[in-house]
Design a protein around this ligand. Structure first.
Ligand code: GLC
Length: 427
């Protein structure tokens, strides 16, 4: 990975925790295990999908509320679906009528989002689907995902794919020019031969970078971000989905590269009325710590409903996550992989100046960390600032190496069962 990329992506990697927002007219059917894919899964035609466009009326849409929630949760960046695979645009594009402006919402919803999140000091990102099931020039008949796949009537659709590519470039230009500086551009996704130059990738990314040289782009246009010399459009960070890779993300030589796990809070990206399979705050926090300890980010999804509200359950979980982040965020932001291997009792993160021990298994009173004794100073518990005692057992010389760090944990009843963080200053 070249130096320019590493420099560009660093501000995002330092932020570690973000909010993904999947929102569109699919929030009306709100079907579990379909949500934003409903058109593809149920092979819904444009005509059958139209009633949702006609009904879309997000009377409660107030992105300031979303931004306040993200901030309270400790999230430092956000990415909103400006257009998903169904082709519906939340923004006021001059290249289509299929946009929020022409629904009952009657306005550009991306603009309000960008302004609200920026005002809270949150890095602003936009998701743009490369697929488009609404555009008349997007291949359908032989396509793997198109709702009208296998339908003879659509055999000739896609013969003028270059017109779609032009549309896609034009819309991305709009997103890059009409909303001030966009920090993150999240393209989704490549498959089969729909990859790289098929999307006009080099030209697309050149155009984007001419407008905004610092924008951070994901790796889903195509190319291989892990290769020694990734193609120009291969992206700035890897994007594992619904999983945290065992060893983080590395290039083919085993060197870590920037990455971000994207994860749903329940089982769906878009709003699903019946999906109650939410992760707990503890689960979210531990996943965030895991990502951080492996050098990656976590972008956690919310799927606002058709009125524009983030589901109450999501609000509750994120608020609880925020309470932990408030006290322990220091062990996440600007932190990453520690050279000490993962211990049995939890995980370890490291910043330039400190090592952070994350205790998730608290059934012990003394823990030893090999070789760390003379490298760190006074252990302090992060959530209350109290001193944690460290001292060598009297007979250490007979059994253990001489430079281990022995930490004596306070009584387990006083620890945070989610994750108690102890910080060690490097000396
Ligand atoms: C996918 C899905 C999608 C979701 C996304 C998030 O590839 O197609 O619906 O937006 O990943 O990572």
């Amino acid at each position: 990975m070249d130096i320019a990329r590493i420099k560009r992506v660093q501000p995002l990697m330092d932020r570690r925790f973000g909010m993904f927002i999947h929102w569109g007219i699919y929030a009306i059917p709100a079907r579990a295990s379909r949500s934003e894919w409903i058109r593809s899964v149920d092979r819904v035609s444009n005509e059958e999908y139209q009633p949702y466009f006609d009904a879309f009326d997000p009377v409660d849409y107030d992105p300031k509320k979303w931004a306040r929630l993200a901030k309270a949760a400790g999230m430092k960046y956000a990415v909103l679906t400006a257009k998903h695979h169904d082709g519906f645009c939340l923004f006021d594009s001059q290249y289509t009528d299929y946009k929020a402006t022409n629904t009952k919402a009657g306005r550009d919803l991306v603009k309000e989002y960008v302004e609200a999140f920026r005002a809270e000091g949150i890095m602003v990102g936009l998701y743009y689907s490369l697929l488009d099931w609404h555009h008349p020039d997007y291949p359908a008949y032989k396509d793997a995902h198109h709702p009208m796949r296998g339908n003879e009537e659509y055999k000739h659709q896609g013969e003028h794919f270059e017109r779609y590519v032009e549309y896609l470039h034009n819309q991305v230009r709009e997103l890059m020019t009409n909303y001030g500086k966009i920090d993150i551009l999240w393209f989704d996704f490549h498959y089969d031969d729909m990859t790289g130059e098929k999307w006009g990738a080099t030209k697309l990314v050149k155009m984007v970078r001419e407008i905004n040289p610092d924008v951070i782009i994901d790796d889903r246009i195509g190319g291989d971000i892990k290769s020694d010399e990734p193609v120009y459009y291969a992206g700035d960070f890897g994007s594992p989905e619904q999983m945290i890779p065992v060893g983080g993300v590395k290039d083919y030589h085993g060197n870590p590269i920037p990455w971000e796990t994207c994860m749903t809070l329940n089982d769906n990206w878009g709003y699903s009325a019946s999906d109650t399979n939410y992760k707990s705050a503890q689960n979210v926090i531990r996943q965030l710590v895991e990502c951080t300890s492996k050098g990656g980010n976590l972008i956690l999804n919310v799927g606002p409903d058709a009125r524009g509200n983030i589901p109450q359950k999501s609000v509750e979980i994120l608020t609880e996550v925020g309470k932990w982040m408030d006290k322990n965020g220091e062990s996440i932001y600007g932190c990453g992989i520690c050279s000490i291997p993962k211990p049995e009792w939890g995980r370890i993160t490291e910043s330039k100046t400190h090592i952070y021990l994350h205790f998730t298994d608290i059934n012990m009173d003394t823990v030893a960390i090999e070789g760390l004794g003379s490298l760190v100073g006074m252990p302090i518990r992060l959530d209350d600032g109290s001193l944690i005692s460290r001292s060598d057992p009297w007979n250490v010389g007979s059994y253990d190496g001489v430079d281990n760090l022995y930490i004596h944990l306070p009584h387990f009843a006083t620890l945070d069962p989610i994750d108690t963080v102890i910080k060690l200053p490097k000396i």
